[in-house]
Design a protein around this ligand. Structure first.
Ligand code: ADP
Length: 306
């Protein structure tokens, strides 16, 4: 069955240390990474689109060309005069990565400013993905515009998918962070949190507590990711089900583990509706992704099973 998937958020310019003082340019961001892997694994009769705002400058144009080149559609992306994409730099020192960010005036902060445009994009989709990072970059009024549109989408029977991706440094206020993440979950039918984030910020004692809390907010389906320990699924009336992680001999770079899991999971779940087999496939994908550098690994590098 053909369908349309829309992922909403911020894609940034990535600068990574190359040789000496040289920097290599790339593009990444949690919701874009998820769209990239969903595109990789969805059949051709599905469309995958990214929703954000970029500037009218050269690097914004290059980012759009990059996104298009991965097969992810850019037709819903608004271009805003006078703004530029956010940027981050990865520093590598003795094998350890650290990050610097320049995103306080990024164009993506305006992604929900044109409510009619947002509505048209959401209405044209069957699955809509967003994250706690999407919410973190928006001003409170823009969060409300986005969430009211997503609540409407959920009520209309669309699958609204939320990865809380809790990043405290993006929020100026912890209470607002927790309230907004909870409001995001309330607008969603499928929540895909990482247990370590939830335990740290919501104080969940165990995975069952995370499931109970998101169930209590009205999310019918939950996938709790727990790194190498596997995922726990709570879908509709089914009993919780556990799917182990795949074995990884040597971790190279865990960037995008959760995002690739989400994209691969949704690609399978969208087509056959079976969360357990989708989680197995997603675990194999994430395990392959973390054995390579970078957020966006080419399909040819992921191994013959994928
Ligand atoms: P995030 O990157 O969002 O914090 P997790 O660390 O929970 O997410 O990882 C997401 C998924 O990536 C896990 O559910 C698992 O499938 C896979 N994964 C992460 N770390 C490992 C690991 N060390 N070995 C095998 N799989 C892993």
């Amino acid at each position: 069955m053909a369908g349309r998937l829309l992922s909403i958020g911020e894609c940034m310019v990535e600068l990574m240390q190359a040789e000496g003082d040289l920097l290599r340019k790339g593009y990444a961001g949690d919701t874009f990474n998820t769209a990239y892997y969903a595109r990789m694994f969805l059949p051709n009769d599905w469309s995958v689109d990214y929703f954000t705002a970029v500037g009218t400058d050269t690097v914004s144009g290059e980012m759009l060309a990059f996104i298009e080149n991965t097969g992810v559609g850019t037709g819903h992306i608004r271009r805003v005069e006078g703004r530029s994409p956010g940027l981050y730099m990865i520093h590598l020192k003795d094998g350890e990565r650290s990050f610097s960010y320049w995103r306080s005036v990024s164009a993506a902060k305006t992604l929900a400013d044109d409510a009619d445009h947002l509505r048209a994009a959401v209405e044209a989709s069957d699955i809509v993905i967003f994250s706690g990072i999407t919410l973190a970059i928006l001003a409170p009024a823009a969060v409300e515009t986005l969430l009211s549109e997503l609540r409407r989408a959920k009520a209309a029977g669309k699958l609204v998918v939320f990865d809380p991706n809790i990043r405290p440094r993006l929020w100026d206020d912890k209470a607002r962070m927790l309230e907004t993440i909870s409001a995001g979950a309330r607008a969603s039918g499928l929540v895909m949190p990482s247990f370590d984030d939830e335990a740290m910020h919501f104080g969940d004692a165990d995975i069952a507590a995370t499931i109970k809390r998101y169930r209590g907010l009205g999310a019918e389906n939950i996938v709790v990711k727990d790194g190498p320990n596997g995922v726990t699924l709570s879908f509709g009336d089914r009993k919780p089900e556990f799917v182990p992680s795949a074995k990884v001999e040597r971790i190279v770079d865990t960037t995008s583990a959760g995002d690739s899991f989400n994209g691969a999971f949704l690609a399978r779940y969208a087509v056959d509706g079976d969360p357990v087999s989708a989680a197995r496939f997603a675990a194999a994908t994430a395990a392959a992704v973390i054995q390579h550098h970078g957020a966006l690994v080419a399909r040819g590098k992921l191994g013959p099973a994928l």
